[in-house]
Design a protein. Structure first.
Length: 187
């Protein structure tokens, strides 16, 4: 407890960091519900970080994808979302290259995982369970998927049950190559 002018206050908790992969962000952007991700991670007191590799992935492939990056870039300018680069010669870079070369992960997954592994008590947001499952288990990382975010938002009244149902149906029916996984609770 901290004493301040005769009042006892709980010390403010330091925000944990969550590193985001491309697929979670694009999933919510595609169903026009990016604010849900922002609200959930703010509620959980996460500092939201988008690796620069992920931002590049969002902007690289098409005009549609580039439009998806605009809301993220706006939040970066506001300071709601932070970016982080993986610099050559760092332990994060070595881990990133190991994931890319030995485990065949994509750029976004490798970046989110390598940064999370080297950040105390970090979490990742990714839907690519087939790709990230082993590293999540090996390094005891907290993992958030689209269904986890929707479920958390509904359970904590960030969105209504009706909105959660709409988001789930839209996400589930998207034909964008996302890996469909059962909804589960992680808290």
């Amino acid at each position: 407890m901290i004493e301040h002018e005769g009042m006892r206050k709980e010390p403010e908790q330091k925000k944990r960091v969550i590193f985001n992969d491309t697929d979670v962000l694009s999933s919510f952007l595609c169903v026009n519900s990016f604010k849900t991700v922002l609200d959930v991670f703010e509620h959980k007191r996460y500092k939201m970080v988008v690796p620069l590799v992920v931002l590049d992935e969002l902007k690289a492939t098409s005009i549609t994808r580039q439009l998806l990056a605009k809301p993220i870039e706006a939040e970066i300018r506001k300071g709601t979302i932070n970016t982080e680069d993986i610099m050559f010669g760092t332990k994060e870079f070595d881990t990133y290259m190991e994931f890319k070369n030995q485990q065949g992960l994509g750029d976004g997954e490798a970046a989110a995982l390598s940064l999370a592994i080297h950040t105390p008590q970090a979490a990742i947001a990714s839907n690519n369970l087939r790709d990230v499952k082993r590293a999540v288990e090996d390094y005891h990382l907290e993992l958030w998927t689209v269904p986890d975010i929707i479920h958390y938002a509904k359970e904590h009244n960030i969105i209504t049950e009706n909105r959660a149902s709409v988001l789930w149906k839209r996400w589930y029916s998207m034909d964008a190559g996302f890996h469909i996984i059962p909804m589960r609770s992680i808290y």
